[in-house]
Design a protein around this ligand. Structure first.
Ligand SMILES: Nc1nc2c(ncn2[C@@H]2O[C@H](COP(=O)(O)OP(=O)(O)OP(=O)(O)O)[C@@H](O)[C@H]2O)c(=O)[nH]1
Length: 400
């Protein structure tokens, strides 16, 4: 994992001057919290957040000045800062599932209703307002890259990722040939665009056949790219289906690579997990159910599924009982702005030792933590306090 402490990002000069790291948030330990609980929030967080803000501004200026050298580098970093919103292009053969993926993830269409989607006949661009604005565009299959109807510049010049949707329930050799053409085109003209392959509709395959197909597609693509002299082109592969969580997980990983805030978010989550003995922490975008960051501990599909289902429950309950924004609270006069804490927990075993803790960061982002053994209810004061610091820091990160 690359963090803001990575040498390549923070220390471009050969002899970096050691300096205080503003991301070193001083999370309280259980003992220190008991001594300082009344004054802690005024002592540490505002000063640290000022430093954080200053630091990120300095880093942004530095990035501007070194942008040219990053662009010419053959080692395309995943966390390269781009101007504007993350933009994702969907490509693939006819009926591969391009519209379904977008509509299920970003527009909450039920997977069963994708059966009735109309074919896409022209380039369709959408702007989605989530925790950040995500631009998407679908290129219909009849518009090939050499087609005169396809205007490359506005589509590709500010794109962050191209997702090739490959239907494994269909004869996929033709799709591989077309995707190779696209990968070569991107390598030659837009090398900074991430190329992602969704090996899609895997729900129709048996477990064994799923793995074999994945391996075969990856091998063929790598061999053909090497034969064409683009073996160093980095390509990511995901097994996806709109009928389970795999599509959300894959889309999460694609979006994360386009977020300049990712290293800062990961650093904060790692700190939180180690301080509060959290097994796994995810920062979810509630609207789309994609996670925008997680800590560095290994990811288990079960943890992700539990958190993702819990998000659904939270959204349903909020829809029943109403969405209380901070302004509502202020107008109502019941709770002062910034004082409301929207959190909930759900236990995963009868002993109550493992549970999921959810805390709203802002109207779009929610932190979900899978708490392991040792994070019992007696430690809740410590957890609440540290999550509060993390929440403030995350808000600062997105403000910069
Ligand atoms: N089994 C299965 N079917 C899927 C999946 N994703 C999409 N489909 C189905 O595939 C069919 C085509 O989906 P679309 O989203 O219209 O495909 P498209 O690539 O946008 O199609 P065109 O715009 O005509 O090129 C629909 O009937 C979907 O229900 C999936 O993950 N699994």
């Amino acid at each position: 994992m690359r963090t803001l402490f990575s040498e390549n990002i923070l220390s471009p000069s050969p002899t970096p001057v050691p300096q205080r790291n503003p991301f070193e948030l001083h999370f309280a330990t259980a003992s220190s919290l008991s001594h300082t609980s009344s004054s802690a929030s005024t002592q540490s967080s505002p000063r640290q957040h000022d430093l954080l803000t200053q630091y990120l501004q300095q880093q942004q200026q530095h990035d501007e000045s070194t942008r040219t050298s990053y662009e010419s580098s053959s080692d395309r970093g995943h966390h390269v800062r781009r101007k504007g919103n993350p933009k994702i292009l969907f490509m693939g053969l006819k009926k591969s599932g391009k519209s379904s993926v977008q509509k299920v993830v970003f527009q909450k269409l039920s997977p069963a209703d994708t059966l009735f989607l109309e074919p896409t006949t022209k380039v369709e661009q959408t702007s989605l307002r989530t925790f950040t604005t995500i631009d998407t565009a679908e290129i219909p299959s009849h518009l090939t890259l050499d087609s005169s109807e396809l205007d490359h510049q506005p589509l590709f010049s500010n794109a962050g990722a191209v997702i090739w949707v490959l239907d494994v329930q269909d004869e996929y050799l033709a799709s591989i040939a077309a995707l190779i053409e696209t990968a070569v085109f991107l390598s030659e003209h837009y090398p900074r665009i991430n190329f992602e392959i969704f090996i899609h509709k895997i729900d129709g395959l048996s477990e064994e056949y799923k793995y074999d197909t994945f391996r075969e597609v990856r091998q063929r693509v790598q061999d053909e790219l090497s034969d064409l002299g683009h073996g160093d082109r980095s390509v990511s592969y995901y097994q996806t289906s709109i009928f389970d969580h795999s599509i959300f997980e894959a889309m999460s990983k694609v979006v994360q690579k386009l977020l300049p805030q990712l290293p800062a978010m990961e650093t904060l989550l790692n700190k939180l997990c180690s301080t509060c003995r959290i097994q796994k922490a995810y920062l979810f975008d509630v609207g789309s159910k994609i996670y925008v960051a997680t800590d560095a501990s290994p990811t288990f599909l079960r943890d992700y599924e539990v958190c993702s289902d819990y998000i659904d429950v939270i959204v349903d309950i909020k829809q029943i009982y109403g969405w209380h924004s901070r302004e509502d609270n202020e107008e109502g006069g019941s709770v002062a702005s910034g004082d409301s804490i929207n959190e909930s927990t759900v236990t995963l075993d009868p002993s109550g030792e493992t549970y999921v803790y959810a805390r709203e960061v802002d109207e779009h982002l929610t932190l979900l933590c899978v708490m392991g053994k040792g994070s019992t209810i007696r430690r809740r004061a410590l957890i609440d306090y540290n999550v509060g610091i993390l929440q403030d820091a995350l808000l600062q990160v997105f403000k910069v």
